[in-house]
Design a binder for this molecule. Structure first.
Ligand code: HEM
Length: 492
């Protein structure tokens, strides 16, 4: 009996190996013979699902890195591998210099997000429009978010939101989901920038919709009730509905006050409604809504996660906490000496050690662990070929946790940034090139202001300090960082 079971298991294994080989032959049969011979090593997994099962298995375990490790262990650390992910043949990039080449080569490597993601974020958002249109809309939206004047303007709002949020959580006195609260906090900021007048009235509806949208972004694209992707599509419909009604109401209001618009009172929605292309054409409602959906999402999720992780790491490392706090105390002392009540960008610039804490958090946590591109032409990279039409995934996570790039990479150590200018491609938490995150400075500002007040006056105590981490869609403790916030004067 045992030998029969052994035989069946053996035959099944052979069948699986054969299935993978046939799948590989089938995918490569669409390429020219010379192209095939130049592909990097790797495997395409099983028909239809490709390598998705091993990807999801790794990212649902406590060791997501074992997905890429399985390639480096089998084929060596060559930094590029062939695979089949999210329904497309794909080249995985895990080496800094190659990542840099992909990120900087915007003409050849256009965004290549899975179709299912584009359906959620919108086919008129930045991830799906032409290079020219992207350049134009980006230019128009990036400076009012990330420019020096814009940041100075937002600072007061961020400061006020920080002080009142921390005070509120402290007053609650019992456990809060720290991450959920921080998402609310960062969402309030991005809503203020984009939809200053409607913010508070629609914020609750949008918040829940964004939670559901995000759960579907890196899930399998199964549009059946009960699956995350199905729920995310519903969330997108809700977002479109809410934002469209805001847009309609604004248009009506604008008609009423035509000609009386105050330039200083403009938020991003006003700008999007007013911008014209070289032929005098304005953006359509669908375009405005998709750009809003993308910005409002990108503009709060990552910042909230990084703020939470930075707080957790500081709290877990008393020496680092102390050093960061001393820097903030020095800043507060100098403000008091000149009777300065509010932070300005001058103080933010002085937060050198805190900036290292934030960079180290960005490196270690890897909120955007992978970015998606598509090759628009056959491209040779270090002797290997990326065929035209294939997807490219740039694995920032693998680069940031590579022991040949960062010594002791899993350790939280802000001092590693002392006097260091990262080599190109080695530190890419915000991407690089034409698609470099247009909210990177705003994100760092929000996190810095929050940590300034947190370090000076508060403590966070987690209910489950050893709570397991969920890695999809973003790394977070499964309990959303259940914690109490207390004032440091009460605990020191
Ligand atoms: C810690 C916080 C953040 C992280 C780690 C982060 C990370 C990234 C990364 C890696 C990209 C590049 C994607 C690619 O190359 O395809 C990106 C793009 C983008 N980010 Fe962020 N981001 C953060 C905060 C923000 C904020 C606050 C905003 C909004 C104000 C924002 C808006 C965007 C947008 C609109 C894009 C698309 C840019 C384009 O395609 O041109 N992000 N972000």
């Amino acid at each position: 009996m045992e030998s029969v079971i052994g035989l069946v298991v053996g035959l099944f294994c052979v069948f699986l190996v054969l299935l993978k080989k046939i799948n590989g032959w089938y995918i490569e049969s669409k390429l020219e013979k010379t192209t095939r011979s130049l592909l990097p090593p790797g495997d395409f997994g099983f028909p239809f699902i490709g390598n998705m099962l091993s990807f999801l298995k790794a990212f649902k375990s406590n060791n997501p890195d074992r997905f890429i490790d399985s390639y480096t262990n089998r084929y060596g650390r060559i930094g590029m591998y062939k695979a089949f992910m999210f329904g497309s043949p794909t080249i995985l990039i895990t080496a800094p210099e190659k990542a840099k080449q992909m990120l900087m080569g915007e003409e050849i490597f256009i965004p290549g997000w899975p179709k299912a993601t584009t359906k959620l974020i919108g086919d008129k958002s930045f991830i799906a429009i032409s290079i020219e249109r992207h350049r134009r809309l980006r230019k128009m939206t990036a400076a009012p978010i990330n420019g020096y004047d814009a940041l100075s303007t937002y600072l007061a709002f961020i400061e006020e939101a920080t002080i009142s949020s921390l005070n509120k959580w402290f007053r609650i006195g019992s456990e809060i989901e720290f991450l959920t609260e921080l998402r609310r906090f960062t969402f309030g900021i991005i809503m203020h920038i984009f939809l200053s007048t409607e913010g508070s009235s629609i914020i609750t509806g949008l918040e829940q919709a964004y939670t559901d949208l995000n759960c579907g972004i890196r899930a399998m694209a199964i549009n059946i009730p009960g699956f995350a992707y199905h729920k995310a599509l519903g969330a997108r419909r809700k977002l479109v509905e809410i934002l469209r009604s805001v847009l309609d109401a604004r248009r009506k209001r604008k008609e009423l006050v035509a000609g009386k618009n105050n330039k200083n009172g403009k938020d991003m929605m006003d700008r999007l409604m007013e911008v014209e292309d070289e032929n005098g054409l304005k953006l359509g409602d669908e375009e405005i809504v998709d750009i809003l959906i993308m910005y409002l999402n990108a503009g709060h999720e990552s910042s909230a996660h990084i703020t939470m992780w930075a707080t957790v790491f500081l709290q877990e490392n008393p020496l680092i906490f102390r050093k960061a706090k001393e820097e903030q105390e020095e800043i507060r002392r100098s403000m008091i000496s000149t009777s300065q009540k509010h932070l300005s960008l001058k103080e933010i610039k002085k937060m050198e050690y805190l900036s290292k804490v934030i960079d180290e958090t960005l490196r270690l946590v890897n909120i955007s662990f992978v970015t998606f591109r598509e090759a628009t032409e056959d491209t040779n990279v270090d002797g290997y070929l990326i065929p035209k039409g294939w997807k490219v995934q740039i694995w920032a996570r693998s680069i940031h946790l590579d022991s040949s790039v960062y010594s002791n990479p899993k350790q939280f150590d802000p001092s590693r940034w002392e006097g260091v200018i990262p080599k190109p491609g080695t530190f890419i938490p915000f991407g690089a090139g034409a698609r470099l995150c247009p909210g990177n400075e705003l994100a760092k500002l929000e996190i810095s202001v929050f940590l300034h007040y947190f370090l000076l006056d508060y403590r966070m105590k987690r209910v489950n300090p050893k709570c397991p981490i969920r890695y999809l869609p973003h790394p977070r403790p499964k309990d959303n960082c259940l914690a109490t916030i207390s004032r440091s004067s009460c605990t020191d």
